[in-house]
Design a protein around this ligand. Structure first.
Ligand code: PBE
Length: 298
């Protein structure tokens, strides 16, 4: 009986000792003494697989020889992961872009990209199918004139994502509050044409939800019915090339969607930039103490 007790006590002591030792190691890591890769859990949190930024990140992993896994997810899941990491002050690296409301919501920074894998500054272009000009001249002119600032797009994104407005409501609110800008996009004395319904393709990226809904409501002001079709990036591009969509306002050029664009460029009308000063890259919270993609290897 007594012997049994003694061995039990010894075993308990051993368990306590082990817990103390291991607990200590974990505690140290949480206090921030792991390697950079360990702090990021060896993961880059990505978005939808077809996005240009995902291809660019695969390339960055190769060019910087990063021992990291790029996780597919969705734009919404990426933001949710970012939010929860920030709430517990954990390190996280995500595929991010500008314009995006997340920069207004949290203190974030781009990791420097000395090899230029993400391609620097770019623009978002409007692309129309061939024949739209003839079928719906007023819509075509409006799409051609559509041009706004990153701050405009961000205002709509903030209403949708932070103020939890419905995209249609947020778009209509922005239009109401920016009559002077919208007026410049509305053609005068241009016939509507035979096409009554305009079909816009887009991907459910926060930036493109904002722009596509604004354009939808301006086209409705011109008297068109408008149908929005949310698809993958690949389908958006083959769709505009094949004329399944009348237009897209979500073409990130020259870099992010450069490969997609190359495949359809002779079959579409490029109506030029609708926004300048866009950018993609790897984004971390400000409290993360590294500054460059090269530091991810440390
Ligand atoms: N994005 C937003 C897209 C373009 C718009 C940066 C996530 C992409 O990477 O394809």
């Amino acid at each position: 009986m007594f012997r049994q007790y003694r061995s039990l006590t010894l075993a308990t002591l051993l368990v306590f000792l082990m817990a103390a030792v291991f607990g200590c190691t974990t505690g140290e890591k949480e206090a921030g003494q792991g390697t950079v890769k360990e702090k990021f859990n060896g993961e880059i949190i990505g978005i939808e697989p077809g996005a240009g930024i995902m291809k660019a990140t695969e390339k960055a992993i190769k060019e910087y020889s990063l021992d990291y896994t790029l996780k597919d997810s969705s734009s919404a899941a990426m933001v949710a992961a970012l939010k929860s990491a920030i709430e517990s002050k954990k390190w996280i690296v995500v595929t991010g872009w500008t314009p995006h409301w997340m920069f207004a919501r949290w203190d974030l920074k781009y990791l420097e990209d000395p090899k230029g894998v993400y391609g620097g500054e770019e623009h978002i272009a409007t692309i129309a199918r061939k024949g739209l000009q003839k079928d719906a001249p007023a819509a075509y002119q409006m799409l051609d004139a559509f041009y706004w600032q990153p701050s405009d797009m961000e205002a709509v994104m903030l209403d949708i994502n932070v103020n939890k407005m419905d995209p249609d409501e947020a778009a209509q609110k922005w239009i109401r509050e920016n009559e002077d800008k919208v007026k410049k996009w509305i053609p005068e004395g241009v016939p509507k044409g035979n096409l009554k319904k305009i079909k816009l393709g887009y991907v459910e990226w926060d930036s493109e939800i904002a722009s596509t809904h604004v354009v939808k409501h301006v086209l409705m002001k011109l008297g068109y019915d408008v149908e929005l079709k949310a698809v993958d990036a690949g389908v958006m591009w083959t769709g505009i090339g094949a004329g399944h969509f009348d237009a897209i306002v979500a073409a990130w050029l020259p870099h992010t969607h450069g490969d997609y664009y190359k495949q359809v460029k002779d079959k579409v009308d490029n109506l030029g930039p609708n926004l300048e000063g866009a950018k993609i890259g790897l984004v971390v919270p400000d409290y993360v103490t590294i500054n460059s993609i090269e530091d991810l290897n440390k």
